[in-house]
Design a protein around this ligand. Structure first.
Ligand code: MN
Length: 494
């Protein structure tokens, strides 16, 4: 998955001049050690960079100005090792441009009961230094994550790691260009929205293109690049005999490969990291892109069907946030229910599910689509991996955006589903299908989601906080009436 250079999070330590050089040298050495340890131990793909300790209002202001101008700096972690009177921070924080994580930790894990004296107390003051700092953050209404705990603890490091992933997703969204190939599926509401407001709030831009833009590129492809991709298909998947060389539908596989090559060149030439298409607007395409879209998603491009640009941008953000994690991420749709003792949802789409969530080696097949009036599309068919996952939807309520998340457990298929020619996942929503789906629909969630086995709920919570967007979480503790009250309260807050 392609991203630019490694992004950086700055580790910023507050103190003041009062303590004298000896203490300040210790503060600096401790901060450096924490920053280095976090940099080495976090699973996150960002680099944690130590910054010289801050002792004066001018140093603080200067740091925030520099951070805001540095395109590689995607977030700031702050920690007050000692007391650092927070009026010193006002002018700096007014220039804060990136997400903030407030880490309330202490260099020493335990109190040295036998040797503790006032020197120790004066050095290890984050218990009140961080309170002074947090008071100002609250007063200035600065959104941030707050983490309390010992910096070597796994749970603290995991929380920091999750926040850096959220910051990474936010930074990526500021840059994403979404290509909307064709318009919205006719008459559909939830995939629509205010693209101008989305760009103001989230940063990503959405613009329209025509399938003809890709067809022009397809016409310039040479035989060897098409042949090379067909070989990749044959090496990577169980290819249906009729699609193999000499098979009666070989031409369809060649057409699918050309669409993939054309789409990829179009996206790369235009700097697009996400795209949509629509089966009603296929124009010059011979078939709905199936395998092409599936493989491009696996390479890290965001995608959603039917012109759903919000979900396409979100899929891309998830792909970036989930670098270096096991588990995949895909565009998804709640398709069919299985009611029973533990009711389930069969998730799928007409074709476009990402093979990163596949349990088995995908089969490459061709079947009629039934809608759209085009030739039969080639697609990858597989079962989704079992395990915990989240489904996340971004909707436009007209006056604001809302994120909705449901924790689900994907379960293994007991049946073969021999006549279902699409990739699929089977899951049980938390706390149950009946409550989860009621809550989801009360919140106005889309049938389209980002499905991920790579990210925890905490990442999305951090993302919502730093983005300033409402998030409704549906998990094992969800009670419908409480959820309704939350929705009512949020009407007022947002
Ligand atoms: Mn759909």
């Amino acid at each position: 998955m392609k991203t630019k250079d490694k992004k950086k999070v700055w580790f910023v330590t507050g103190t003041q001049h009062l303590y004298g050089p000896e203490v300040l040298n210790q503060v600096s050495a401790h901060a450096k050690e924490i920053a280095q340890t976090l940099n080495e131990s976090l699973s996150s793909p960002v680099e944690i960079v130590f910054q010289p300790i801050l002792k004066t209002p001018d140093e603080i202001t200067s740091l925030f100005i520099t951070a805001g101008a540095d395109s590689q700096c995607i977030g700031i972690i702050t920690w007050m090792h000692t007391f650092s009177p927070s009026k010193m921070w006002i002018n700096g924080l007014k220039r804060l441009q990136v997400p903030l994580c407030h880490l309330n930790t202490q260099f020493n894990k335990e109190i040295p009961w036998d040797s503790i004296d006032m020197d120790f107390m004066n050095l290890n003051q984050s218990a009140h230094g961080d309170r002074e700092f947090a008071h100002l953050l609250t007063r200035m209404k600065i959104r941030r994550k707050t983490i309390v705990g010992f910096w070597k603890d796994i749970s603290v490091q995991k929380s920091i790691s999750n926040w850096t992933r959220a910051a990474l997703g936010w930074s990526e969204l500021q840059e994403i260009k979404v290509a909307r190939i064709g318009d919205n599926m006719r008459e559909v509401a939830v995939t629509e929205g205010d693209k101008v407001q989305a760009q103001i709030q989230f940063g990503f831009s959405v613009n329209g293109y025509d399938t003809d833009d890709i067809t022009k590129i397809i016409e310039t492809l040479n035989t060897s690049e098409v042949e090379a991709l067909l070989k990749v298909y044959e090496d990577s998947y169980e290819v249906d005999s009729e699609l193999k060389q000499g098979g009666k539908k070989r031409e369809s596989l060649i057409a699918a490969a050309k669409i993939e090559l054309g789409l990829k060149k179009f996206l790369d030439q235009g700097g697009f990291k996400a795209f949509t298409d629509t089966f009603e607007n296929l124009g010059t395409f011979e078939q709905l892109p199936g395998i092409a879209v599936q493989r491009l998603m696996e390479q890290g491009y965001g995608f959603a069907g039917e012109g759903d640009w919000k979900t396409a941008a979100l899929v891309r953000a998830f792909k970036v946030m989930s670098q270096n994690t096991p588990g995949g991420t895909s565009f998804m749709e709640d398709y069919t229910y299985h009611f029973g003792n533990s009711s389930q949802v069969l998730g799928a789409h007409m074709l476009e599910i990402c093979p990163s969530i596949s349990e088995n080696k995908p089969r490459c097949e061709i079947h009629p689509l039934g809608i759209g009036g085009k030739k039969d599309p080639v697609r990858l068919v597989f079962d989704g991996k079992a395990g915990e996952a989240i489904n996340v939807s971004l909707i436009d309520l007209g006056t604001r955006f809302r994120l909705i998340l449901n924790e689900v457990n994907a379960i293994p298929f007991k049946n073969k589903l021999p006549k279902l020619p699409v990739a699929r996942v089977l899951w049980t929503p938390q706390p149950s299908l009946e409550i989860a789906a009621s809550a989801w629909m009360k919140a106005g969630g889309s049938h389209h989601t980002v499905y991920s086995q790579a990210l925890e709920t905490e990442v999305i919570q951090d993302f919502a906080t730093l983005a300033g967007v409402e998030l409704i979480c549906i998990d094992k503790n969800t009670k419908l009436y409480e959820l309704e009250q939350t929705l009512n309260a949020n009407e007022a807050v947002f």
